[in-house]
Design a protein around this ligand. Structure first.
Ligand code: ZN
Length: 398
């Protein structure tokens, strides 16, 4: 009995060893094949959010910033093409009464232009020898072949075009090659996926203006992005568009039942339309967290004195050394109190912390007024002349 057991144990161990070695070889094969494919094809990411603060002379994508995408990381990771995103968040008329009026549209428009300008600064002034803006499909292989990285512009949320259909052409002329009609919240063009939470809809899909916008996008050659609008709006957009649509960053509802993901009906409609779905690998789109996870993480963060996390720009902080007191101090990027009242004249040095995503170098002037101005203009006055000190300002993206 013992002998048999031992024998069978040896056999099992040998079998396992053989299996492990075969699996390891197979794994190496798969990895090698995957690498070969990766090197052969043009690798493209269709949705990379940007912050114009990372597109300045002193802080930009030629540097190894903590952003997920920048030129050093694109080179190392073999990413050839990045869609940089002109994203403008949707304001809610319940909180911002003029959100869907002229003044609100104007604010959104300015925010969009700052992002268009940022991409043009990168490709035309900061690093024209390293990255070039593609305006046609043919530009992409041409630029990639030249050894440069390829930038393309996608517009996330049609909100900033306001009610002026001519802005679709303007955004196209500024380089926008796809646009989603809505983001998180209904707007003048379409319903958002967020309506699923309450079952409240503004248009029951796409608004009359949104329909004209799709027509204009088709005319110009701008892709209709179906990531973010409601299911009704997505199905109507697919029905209206004469060209294939894309989902620039959505996933599959069968995996995670969240309103941002596409169900089978939507996926089949995209298939019929000849469109493309680019999967979003963000965890919330792939695996729904158990209910207890959020509160558990919140209490952990509280225990370690970290700011509350989550969301676009949420939970960002920089740890600084106050040279006057020689003590560590945490600055919460979302804290308005810190923004308004920096430590006047105190020298601060940044200690980077994991989880930081963007950098922004600004000066801390000695008065609150000039502090506000420096944030507004993005200028970095000479530290000696203005008797100011530097701080690296960081926020986290998602
Ligand atoms: Zn998005």
């Amino acid at each position: 009995m013992i002998m048999i057991r031992m024998f069978s144990g040896v056999c099992t161990a040998a079998a396992i060893a053989a299996l492990v070695s075969a699996t390891a070889t197979a794994q190496q094969d798969v990895t090698a094949r995957a690498r070969a494919i990766h090197e052969r094809v043009i690798a493209l990411d269709t949705h990379n959010d940007i912050d114009p603060q990372n597109f300045t002379a002193s802080c930009n994508y030629t540097m190894r910033l903590t952003t997920q995408v920048n030129l050093p990381k694109m080179k190392e990771g073999g990413l050839d093409v990045s869609f940089f995103i002109v994203y403008v968040g949707q304001q809610d008329p319940r909180n911002v009464p003029d959100a869907l009026q002229a003044a609100g549209y104007e604010r959104a428009y300015r925010a969009a232009i700052a992002k268009f300008d940022a991409v043009h600064r990168l490709t035309e002034q900061i690093a024209p020898n390293e990255i070039e803006l593609a305006l046609t499909a043919a530009d992409v292989p041409r630029i990639a072949k030249s050894g440069k990285k390829v930038a393309v512009i996608g517009i996330e949320n049609g909100y900033p075009i306001g009610e002026d259909i001519r802005r679709v052409k303007e955004f196209y002329d500024r380089g926008g090659r796809y646009m989603s009609l809505a983001h998180n919240g209904h707007n003048q063009l379409a319903d958002s996926h967020t309506g699923e939470a309450t079952g409240e809809w503004k248009w029951g899909g796409i608004s009359p203006l949104g329909r004209k916008v799709i027509e204009e996008m088709n005319r110009l050659g701008m892709m209709v992005d179906i990531s973010h609008p409601s299911k009704g709006a997505i199905l109507q957009a697919i029905g209206l568009s004469k060209a294939p649509v894309i989902a620039s960053h959505s996933s599959v509802r069968k995996l995670a039942d969240v309103s941002r993901d596409l169900d089978d009906e939507m996926l089949m409609a995209v298939k019929t339309n000849g469109g493309v779905v680019q999967l979003n690998a963000l965890s919330g789109f792939l695996k729904v967290d158990p209910r207890e996870r959020g509160p558990a993480i919140a209490s952990l963060r509280a225990e370690f004195g970290l700011p509350a996390g989550g969301g676009r720009g949420g939970g960002a902080a920089a740890v600084v050394v106050d040279a006057r007191t020689r003590r560590l101090r945490r600055i919460d990027a979302r804290s308005k109190r810190e923004r308004r009242r920096p430590t006047a004249g105190a020298a601060v040095v940044v200690v980077p912390r994991l989880g930081l995503r963007r950098c922004r170098r600004i000066a801390v002037p000695s008065s609150t007024e000039s502090w506000r101005k420096s944030i507004g203009s993005g200028l970095r006055p000479d530290a000696r002349r203005s008797r100011t000190t530097s701080i690296m300002w960081t926020t986290r993206s998602s």
